[in-house]
Design a protein. Structure first.
Length: 490
């Protein structure tokens, strides 16, 4: 059985900071068979189910409404998201004194090593460096576990070179790229290196790879007009019976549209964000990341958070019935693009676009959009997806570059117009069939940028990076899943 104590006191399982709610106001219990009950804990302002004040334990059905005083609560969400004190049995994870540096692995946006998958916990595990240089892996009581060489760990594990790590027994992590293991000195290696240098010196003098590869500047020149800056306006829209909330507030429209800023605060207004896209056809279709156009699960998960915030404002202004009727949904208001090598001074200069399709595969962060004109803008070209890097070439050390708009207008806006940025590097990590790791420097706004190899072939799409780690631990989507998605849709 699960029990959740609700009230204003911090000792409660679910805390509500509202003066109409008593310190310990009510108790929700969920039986082992799934039946849900609520009882009032002698509160001052009472507990109401479907408008009736209760004096004894009351069963709740899926349509039941609950008020604590005049404070409306979403009891279904409370049950899903709250653990009662009796449910908490695992002790807090302790970090050994020998640890000199640690990095959080998890789904939370503030994790230094981020895995944006639903089966990864917010703070899933810790990767630690110890005083003696060894690397320690600690599971943080994650729901789906941390596995080393196929075995779920329950205690800190000192990692050895070649150890395989899986989060939730599904998502690989190349820990050696973050904390390279110590290597014992072997004189034979030094001799072998010296011999190799002598044998290959002549080959390096001739540089045969230059016979077939292109200079990065030439690749940039060929593809810079393939890329565009993607500009998105989005918001959480509040309505009542399909009409804007302001309709019922005498025109007060500060709650009609809200957004969540970079610090997690809810603000009134419309969010503006950007990324990069690149054309793939003569009729103006282009690719970018799904999360660039706001179609990730994170936006949908935040709907309830925004709804509760709006309801709290209405209840504090004695509008409890209106609060109970409010509906909130996430919506993309508009998407526009800016061509490379052009000037822009206002939002009206954006070229309008339409979202055609976003990937239904949670691991494939890709979307197809199209110019409303259904044609390429003057001066733009497109990436030929038939010219693609072979999968067997996408190995560690393979040279790649990207063209996009990191930090959007901050870096891209120049005295000669908006200019795309070229960055080069190499593949640093194998990440399964969908992605690979690389050390190209990226920032917000680079998401959706095309990746090319040193022959100018399509080699993937920039998708994300690890926060809190010095640049060099980033990811790109492999070309084959992208091409399969495009072929299936088009």
């Amino acid at each position: 059985m699960k029990s959740i104590k609700i009230g204003r006191s911090t000792s409660c399982d679910y805390v509500i900071n509202d003066s109409v709610v008593s310190s310990t106001h009510a108790l929700i219990t969920v039986s082992d068979t799934g039946d849900v009950y609520i009882e009032d804990l002698r509160s001052k302002n009472g507990t109401f189910v479907n408008g009736m004040r209760i004096n004894t334990k009351k069963a709740l059905s899926s349509s039941s409404t609950v008020l604590l005083g005049n404070h409306s609560i979403d009891w279904k969400t409370i049950i899903k998201t709250t653990k009662s004190k009796s449910d908490v049995s695992k002790p807090a994870v302790s970090i050994p004194d020998t640890v000199i540096e640690k990095k959080i692995i998890g789904r939370n946006t503030f994790s230094q090593i981020r895995f944006a998958f639903d089966d990864v916990s917010d703070k899933h595990a810790f990767l630690c460096k110890q005083k003696d240089g060894s690397v320690l892996l600690i599971d943080n009581n994650s729901t789906n576990g941390t596995f080393v060489n196929g075995i779920r760990i329950s205690a800190p594990v000192v990692l050895r070179k070649g150890d395989n790590i899986l989060l939730s027994n599904r998502h690989p992590m190349n820990w050696e790229a973050i904390y390279p293991p110590r290597k014992p000195f072997n004189p034979a290696i030094l001799m072998a290196v010296a011999a190799a240098v002598i044998i290959t010196a002549g080959v390096f003098l001739f540089k045969p790879w230059d016979w077939f590869s292109k200079d990065w500047s030439k690749i940039y020149s060929e593809h810079k007009n393939d890329v565009v800056l993607v500009y998105v306006k989005s918001a959480y829209a509040a309505t009542v019976q399909g009409a804007p909330l302001s309709t019922f507030l005498n025109g007060y429209d500060q709650l009609d549209y809200c957004y969540i800023d970079g610090e997690g605060n809810i603000s009134s207004g419309i969010a503006r964000s950007s990324g990069t896209g690149f054309f793939i056809s003569t009729d103006g279709k282009f690719l970018t990341n799904r999360h660039v156009v706001g179609s990730s699960t994170e936006e949908q998960n935040n709907v309830e958070t925004v709804k509760h915030a709006i309801q709290s404002v209405l209840i504090k202004n004695n509008l409890s019935r209106l609060a109970a009727a409010v509906e909130v949904k996430y919506m993309v208001i508009s998407v526009g693009i800016v061509q490379n090598d052009t000037y822009i001074s206002r939002e009206e200069d954006l070229l309008p676009c339409t979202i055609l399709k976003t990937s239904d595969d949670p691991e494939l962060d890709v979307a197809i959009l199209q110019m409303n004109s259904k044609s390429l803008p003057n001066g733009s070209t497109y990436v030929d997806l038939k010219e693609t890097t072979p999968s067997e070439k996408l190995q560690i050390g393979y040279k790649i570059c990207t063209i996009g708009f990191p930090r959007s207008f901050t870096i891209g806006q120049t005295s000669v117009g908006l200019e795309a940025n070229n960055q080069s590097g190499e593949i640093t990590q194998e990440r399964g069939v969908y992605e690979y790791g690389h050390n190209i420097t990226i920032h917000q706004g680079a998401s959706g940028s095309p990746v090319f190899d040193n022959k100018g072939r399509f080699a993937g799409i920039i998708v994300s990076g690890f926060l809190g780690i010095s640049q060099g631990y980033n990811q790109a989507i492999q070309p084959n899943p992208v091409i399969d998605f495009v072929n299936k849709y088009l």
